[in-house]
Design a protein around this ligand. Structure first.
Ligand code: GDD
Ligand code: MN
Length: 361
């Protein structure tokens, strides 16, 4: 199997030679792709020197430290363009023991993705401070619960891809810059229904150099997981609903502003002012929904606008009807009634608009 080992580097001069030496020791006939972000310690120079003597080491250089995720995307594209069948992801700092590599590779092509896993039986972490253990395990759990991907080590960076799986993933849609990339890729593999195997590894803390983990990387991972969720099949309806509610909030403000303006400045009658503001607010909200919330629906403009208006009037009718029921018949305090009704009508509006006004044709 034509195998490429991709190693992203930023200041890994100390450990990279030892890693390559140990990988060479496996005699696997691997090719190597180093993706270096202009490391100040001259990691790339080291690689260029090796390249003078051997043809199995390749180097992609980038101008500045642009993040682990974008480095791998570049590497994956290069690997696919060059027809590698097995594509290995590995850190440069010897945390990922080359000893496991041949056994992990043996699971291909039966499995489409082999995940080096610290959190299955037989796996573990050596010499990590308590907070890093917590961060890593907590991060994996956080992402697993939100995304519903049943991989114990979602954040790990020692993985092997079969090219058929990578080809099915739209790499231009992977947005993570930092380590959340690992989560995002595994989620995509899961979405593609790739067969995924977790192989137990013991992760050893690096001896030389420094970790590039940072607050920025953690923060990105925390919100990125939600973005991944909202763009997934499982999360899309929730994402749309949130956008719809936000849009509704904007509509409320527009409505209020216009009423106040018409009553205070133009001195219009309150009921007339409300009619005008209703029409404007519905139109504004329609446009935002059309081009944001439901941007993937493509029916004719006028038709959608008409439907949207009908649904909004329907919502208004519900408002009156339920107000009558809750306040006059059931005797609920009008403020409570209003809150309950707003929630009910929001759901009504969302579902009818989602499945009718902006249905996918
Ligand atoms: N080109 C490039 N650009 N390489 C980078 C960048 C970057 O911006 N950031 C990190 N790297 C490289 C490092 O040089 C190293 O080879 C590898 O990516 C991993 O970086 P470390 O800084 O050693 O990561 P870690 O040990 O803190 O984190 C490990 O655990 C994370 C959480 O489980 C790694 O296994 C990560 O992959 C993993 O997500
Ligand atoms: Mn490391």
């Amino acid at each position: 199997m034509k195998t490429l080992i991709i190693i992203p580097t930023y200041n890994e001069r100390e450990s990279l030679p030892e890693l390559i030496r140990r990988l060479d020791g496996l005699s696997g006939g691997f090719d190597f792709l180093i993706i270096d972000d202009n490391s100040p310690d001259g990691t790339a120079l080291l690689v260029e020197n090796w390249q003078k003597e051997r043809a199995d080491i390749f180097l992609l250089k980038r101008q500045a430290k642009l993040g682990l995720g974008t480095a791998y995307i570049k590497g994956f594209k290069w690997a696919l363009a060059n027809d590698y069948e097995a594509i290995v992801q590995m850190d440069a700092d010897l945390s990922h023991n080359p000893e496991y590599l041949l056994s992990m590779l043996a699971s291909l092509p039966e499995y489409g993705l082999v995940v080096g896993s610290r959190y299955v039986n037989g796996g573990g972490v050596e010499n990590w401070p308590f907070y890093r253990r917590l961060l890593s395990k907590g991060g994996s759990l956080y992402a697993r619960l939100i995304l519903g991907v049943n991989i114990k080590d979602l954040t790990g960076g020692y993985n092997i891809w079969h090219n058929e799986v990578l080809k099915k993933i739209d790499l231009d849609k992977i947005l993570s810059e930092g380590y959340s990339f690992q989560i995002e890729m595994k989620h995509r593999a899961h979405e593609q229904q790739a067969l995924i195997k977790e192989f137990p590894i013991v992760f050893e803390e690096r001896q030389g150099g420094k970790s590039k983990m940072s607050k920025k990387i953690i923060l990105e991972a925390m919100w990125r997981v939600w973005l991944i969720f909202f763009s997934s099949n499982r999360g899309k309806p929730y994402g749309k609903f949130l956008k719809f509610i936000t849009t509704g909030g904007v509509g409320f403000l527009v409505d209020l502003a216009i009423v106040v303006f018409l009553v205070e400045v133009v001195k219009l009658n309150l009921y007339l002012a409300n009619c005008c503001s209703f029409i404007v607010a519905v139109t504004v909200v329609f446009l935002i929904n059309k081009f944001w919330t439901f941007k993937d629906s493509s029916e004719a403009y006028a038709k959608q606008y008409f439907k949207y208006f009908m649904v909004s009037l329907g919502g208004l009718a519900w408002n009156f009807l339920l107000l009558n029921l809750f306040v006059d018949t059931l005797g609920i305090w009008y403020v409570y009634a209003k809150i309950i009704i707003t929630v009910i009508v929001a759901f009504w509006n969302f579902f009818v608009n989602n499945y009718w006004t902006f249905k996918k044709v």
